[in-house]
Design a protein around this ligand. Structure first.
Ligand SMILES: Cc1cc2nc3c(=O)[nH]c(=O)nc-3n(C[C@H](O)[C@H](O)[C@H](O)COP(=O)(O)OP(=O)(O)OC[C@H]3O[C@@H](n4cnc5c(N)ncnc54)[C@H](O)[C@@H]3O)c2cc1C
Length: 499
């Protein structure tokens, strides 16, 4: 007699859900994705930019960079999808290209091939992913269906209740996977089922987000920076302290600019309005060249996203699952500040970790233990380091708002604050060394791409030595970048007055 295939119901039908579907269908699971958005898919990925309404994922039209783990998992498990992405206008931005445009004769190593991220608008990527998966078949995709709660039998998750235009019904499952994003209602589902409350950790990201998209004009190309074609043509960031700016090359000659500021810095709310956003874009050295009207034209309004928090939900209690056969992946489990662009890559890391745990173990407790152990190793360190970096960024930001120099490491009595001084040495030194030393640049790229642990850089004394030497060479460079906050506020005022 043939054994019945186990059934996994996935709440959500976005990046994490489809990654898990890809992984699980290959390990013998029958999968049903339940996605609340009902919008039909437009004819193609380019039409998706204009017409695909993804209200369930409010970040759909914000800047996205897709880091190496996602790129590498796609290449390993769905090479045809990778080829489709590239044929559809996405670009693979490789460390090796950056190294060639930076150094005369860069000494590359085999592992450098792993360091590449994908440049693609999120809506285009998600459209192509969903279409590819639907064409592959082998699973069910319900859209316009919202998960309202959990079905629980003998203390185990046994399905979900789903509401759609046809009414409410229960979908039975052997495994329930929450991939419903950072606004998951799993906390309510647990409460209503009389389960112990889900323990949630939250740390403010200290920013709200704005994004605007642009298209290169005919004949124009992405700008270069210091003669480096691919780095400048990829992702670039600048931190003004009170404002973070990120440029993201995307598919089909598009790119986006994100500006992010402290939600408590009231005058900075202006970046949500086109006049001030544009004024900032033109005033910041790095972005001015990109948004120059001879080079590019806007193809969107300014999109806003607020209430950002690094969030982690705990589903193991004293080493045991809070609810057997229930798992959370992607943002529903661990959500990190989008400014570092890690969410989609970590969503797939967690999706594949779950598929492995389910394939390798049959016992519910063993499965939960194995899954959470991988999350603890591969995902949580990024959450923790982000929460710490956000605290530091906020301190810099608040000092600037008070009109202080956050990089002055002298105490009021003239003595040196050692901790602060080390921070300045690291910032200045790293900036310089990453431009001039391929080992430092590689280590930085690997870390930004989640290929080495957050702690790995500080564990290498050779790199620290190079950073310190970089500091000596760049001692006189100013860390505070122009325009300063008061200059920027004056620009906002002028822009709004003439809007
Ligand atoms: C402003 C912003 C910028 C970002 N930039 C980047 C970036 O540069 N790079 C990067 O990798 N990541 C970035 N991220 C993070 C990234 O978007 C997420 O990590 C990624 O989308 C996670 O995917 P997910 O599938 O877990 O959740 P989501 O993509 O949020 O999807 C959740 C899905 O679940 C559905 N859903 C919700 N509730 C229910 C329900 N009850 N029943 C049925 N369906 C439901 C929703 O409709 C949605 O489709 C950014 C995030 C934000 C907010």
């Amino acid at each position: 007699m043939r054994s019945r295939r186990p059934h996994a119901v996935i709440v959500g039908g976005s990046i994490a859900a489809l990654g898990a579907t890809l992984a699980l269908t290959r390990t013998g699971f029958r999968v049903t994705c339940v996605e609340r958005d009902r919008a039909a898919m437009p004819a193609d990925h380019l039409a998706a930019w204009d017409a695909w309404r993804r209200t369930g994922a409010g970040q759909t039209r914000h800047s996205h960079v897709l880091l190496a783990p996602l790129n590498n998992l796609i290449k390993a498990h769905a090479p045809e999808f990778h080829a489709l992405l590239i044929a559809s206008g996405a670009a693979e931005l490789r460390f090796s290209d950056v190294a060639h445009s930076t150094f005369e004769d860069p000494q590359l190593v085999a592992e450098d091939a792993d360091i590449a991220f994908l440049a693609c608008r999120r809506v285009v990527f998600e459209y192509l992913l969903r279409r590819y998966m639907l064409e592959q078949g082998g699973f069910e995709y319900l859209h316009g269906a919202r998960v309202m709660g959990l079905a629980i039998r003998d203390g185990c998750a046994a399905g979900v209740t789903v509401r759609s235009a046809d009414g409410e019904r229960t979908l039975d499952a052997d495994v329930v996977i929450d991939a419903s994003g950072s606004h998951t209602r799993a906390d309510d589902w647990f409460e209503r089922a009389g389960l112990d409350a889900v323990r949630i950790e939250r740390h403010p990201c200290g920013i709200f987000y704005t994004s605007r998209f642009y298209r290169l004009r005919d004949g124009a190309d992405y700008p270069t920076l210091d003669g480096r074609q691919s780095l400048a043509g990829g992702v670039q960031g600048i931190d003004l302290g009170y404002l973070k700016a990120g440029l993201f090359r995307s598919d089909n000659r598009t790119f986006s600019l994100t500006l992010a500021a402290d939600p408590e810095d009231a005058p900075m709310a202006a970046i949500g309005r086109e006049a001030s956003f544009d004024a900032a874009a033109k005033a910041i050295g790095v972005s001015a060249d990109w948004v120059d009207s001879e080079r590019s034209e806007p193809i969107s309004k300014v999109y806003l996203y607020g209430n950002l928090e690094n969030t982690r939900r705990h589903y193991l209690v004293d080493g045991h699952p809070a609810l057997r056969n229930f798992f959370a992946i992607g943002d529903a489990h661990v959500h990190t500040n989008p400014i570092a662009g890690r969410g989609c890559a970590l969503a797939w890391v967690s999706a594949f970790a779950l598929a492995h745990a389910l394939a390798d173990h049959q016992d519910a407790d063993d499965r939960a233990g194995a899954f959470e152990a991988t999350i603890e190793r591969d995902v949580v360190p990024w959450y923790e380091v982000q929460a710490q970096q956000d605290r530091q960024s906020l301190a810099v930001n608040k000092a600037l708002q008070r009109g202080e120099d956050p990089f002055d490491f002298h105490n009021a009595d003239g003595t040196v604050d050692e901790r602060k001084r080390r921070g300045v040495v690291f910032r200045k030194g790293l900036r310089h060394a990453a431009r001039s030393d391929i080992d430092v640049m590689r280590a930085l790229f690997r870390q930004v791409n989640l290929l080495d642990s957050p702690a790995s850089f500080l564990e290498r004394s050779d790199l620290i030595g190079k950073v310190v030497a970089g500091y000596e060479a760049a001692r006189d460079e100013e860390l505070r970048a122009r325009p300063y906050r008061d200059e920027m506020l004056a620009l906002f005022e002028a822009a709004e007055a003439s809007a």
